[in-house]
Design a protein around this ligand. Structure first.
Ligand code: HEC
Ligand code: HEC
Length: 366
C-alpha cells in the first residue's frame, strides 16, 4: 500500500513538473485573452548625444523592452540551458566578460574578445569587431546558432518559447500576436534589440557632468582632456586619441588599423577583420574603434584582449604603432611625458559611468 502511494506521488510530481513550462492547455494556443496595449518606451538620451536611428518596424515599447531583457538574461536561448547573452555581456563588466576571448556552451573559445553593449543603439556603421552585420536584429540571430556561443537551433528555441509558462503572454503584450505558434525568431530578436537600444550612458559620468557645467575637472584631468583632444598649446604633447575615439560616444564607429600587429604585408594579419568583410586588402587588420566610456571595466583591451592594463595601451600608442600601408593616418610616435600619460589616464577615468553599471533596469529580471 505504502509502495503504491509512493509510486503514485512520484508519478504525480513528474506530471506536475512536466506541466510547469507549458502554457495553460485550455487556452489552446489562443493568446487573445491577454490584452495588447502597447505603450511606447521613453528613451533617456543624454544632452549632446546623437539621435538614435530606430527601425520603423521595431519601435520600442515597454513590453518589448521587458521581453528583450528577459530573453537576454535567459539561458533558454542555449542548447543546454547553461548560457545566455549575459554570460559574455555582464552588466558589471560594462556588458563584456573581462576575458581575452569568450567561451561558449561547448567550452570552445573564440578568437575575439566580447564587446561592450554600452550605447550600442548608436552604432550605425556595423556591428562586431569587423562590422559584418548592420542591425541589432540581424546580430541577435547569430549567437543562438553559433557553435562557439549558444549552439542551439532557432526552431528548437522557438519550440521552447512557445510552450513556456511566461513567454507566450509576454510576446502577446509586446507584439500583439494572437497564437502561441506566432512566436518566432524574428520577434525574439526584435525584443532583444529593443532592450539593447535602452543601454545608454546615464549622463552622470564626471566627463558628462563637466560638459553640463555641473562639475569641474581637476588640473590633472584637464591636462589629460587637452592632450586627448590635441587642444593644448604644446603640440609635442598631443596624443591624437580624439580623432578616432571622438566625443560624445568616444568612438567614431569607423574601422582602423591602430598598429598593434607587426606585419610584413597587408596579407599577413592573423585576423583580417574588416578586410574579410569588404574584400578590400586595404581594410585588412582594421577593427571597429571601441568606445572608451567605462573602458576600465572592460579589461583586457583590444579585439584579442592582448593588453591587461591601460598603461600598456597608452605605451602602445606612444610608439606610433607598427608601420603598415593602412596604419591609421593620425598614428605617429608620440613624445608625451610620463606626467602627461598619467594625465591622459586621469581624463579617461572621468568617462566612468557607475550609474550605468548599476542601473536596475539593465540587470537580470530573474
Ligand atoms: C560565448 C560568448 C557570447 C555570447 C553567449 C554572446 N556574445 Fe555577443 N559577442 C561576443 C563576442 C566575442 C563578440 C565579438 C565577436 C566578433 O567581433 O566576431 C560579441 C559581439 C556582440 C555584439 C556587437 C557589439 C558591437 O559593438 O559591435 C552584440 C550587439 C552582441 N554581441 C550581442 C549579443 C546578444 C544579443 C547575445 C545573445 C543572443 C550575445 N551577444 C551572446 C560574445 C558573446
Ligand atoms: C587611428 C585611430 C585610433 C587612434 C588615433 C587611437 N585609437 Fe584607440 N583604438 C582604435 C581601434 C581601431 C581600436 C581597436 C583595435 C583592436 O582591437 O584591434 C582601438 C582600441 C583602443 C582601446 C581598447 C578598447 C577595448 O575595448 O578593448 C583603448 C583603451 C584605446 N584604443 C585607447 C586609445 C587612446 C588612449 C588613444 C590616444 C593615445 C587612442 N586609443 C588612439 C583606433 C584608434
Amino acid at each position: 500500500m505504502r509502495q503504491t502511494l509512493f509510486i503514485f506521488i512520484v508519478l504525480l510530481s513528474i506530471l506536475l513538473s512536466c506541466g510547469k513550462d507549458e502554457a495553460p492547455s485550455e487556452m489552446g494556443g489562443d493568446l487573445t485573452l491577454f490584452p495588447y496595449q502597447p505603450e511606447s518606451y521613453d528613451l533617456q538620451i543624454p544632452e549632446g548625444f546623437p539621435q538614435m536611428v530606430i527601425p520603423a518596424d521595431n519601435p520600442l515599447t515597454v513590453a518589448g523592452v521587458s521581453l528583450g531583457r528577459h530573453l537576454f538574461y535567459d539561458p533558454i536561448l542555449s542548447v543546454d540551458s547553461t548560457q545566455s547573452c549575459s554570460s559574455c555581456h555582464l552588466q558589471a563588466a560594462n556588458f563584456t566578460d573581462n576575458l581575452a576571448a569568450s567561451t561558449g556552451v561547448d567550452g570552445i573559445t573564440g578568437n575575439r574578445s566580447s564587446m561592450t553593449l554600452l550605447n550600442i543603439g548608436f552604432h550605425n556603421t556595423g556591428l562586431f569587431w569587423d562590422g559584418r552585420v548592420m542591425t541589432l536584429e540581424e546580430q541577435a540571430l547569430l549567437p543562438v546558432e553559433d557553435p562557439i556561443e549558444l549552439h542551439d537551433s532557432w526552431p528548437n528555441v522557438e519550440r521552447k518559447l512557445r510552450r513556456h509558462s511566461m513567454y507566450p503572454k509576454m510576446f502577446r503584450e509586446a507584439f500583439g500576436i494572437e497564437r502561441q505558434e506566432d512566436i518566432s525568431r524574428d520577434l525574439a530578436v526584435k525584443a532583444i534589440a529593443q532592450f539593447e537600444r535602452t543601454l545608454i550612458s546615464s549622463g552622470e559620468s564626471k566627463y558628462d557632468r563637466v560638459v553640463a557645467g555641473e562639475a569641474v575637472f581637476t588640473d590633472q584631468e584637464l591636462d589629460g582632456f587637452e592632450i586627448f583632444f590635441d587642444i593644448n598649446e604644446d603640440q609635442s604633447q598631443h596624443a591624437e586619441c580624439g580623432h578616432c575615439h571622438n566625443a560624445p560616444l568616444f568612438t567614431t564607429n569607423e574601422y582602423f588599423n591602430n598598429g598593434i600587429d607587426a606585419v610584413e604585408s597587408l596579407a599577413d594579419f592573423t585576423d583580417l577583420a574588416r578586410g574579410k568583410v569588404t574584400g578590400q586588402r586595404f581594410d585588412n587588420g582594421a577593427f571597429k574603434v571601441p568606445t572608451l566610456r567605462n573602458i576600465e571595466f572592460t579589461a583586457p583591451f583590444m579585439h584579442d584582449g592582448r593588453f591587461s592594463h591601460m598603461e600598456e595601451v597608452i605605451d602602445h600608442y606612444a610608439t606610433g604603432g607598427n608601420p603598415a600601408d593602412n596604419l591609421g593616418a593620425v598614428m605617429r610616435p608620440l613624445s608625451i611625458s610620463e606626467k602627461n600619460k598619467a594625465a591622459l589616464l586621469a581624463f579617461i577615468n572621468t568617462l566612468q559611468d557607475e550609474v550605468f553599471l548599476q542601473n536596475p533596469a539593465f540587470s537580470s529580471p530573474f
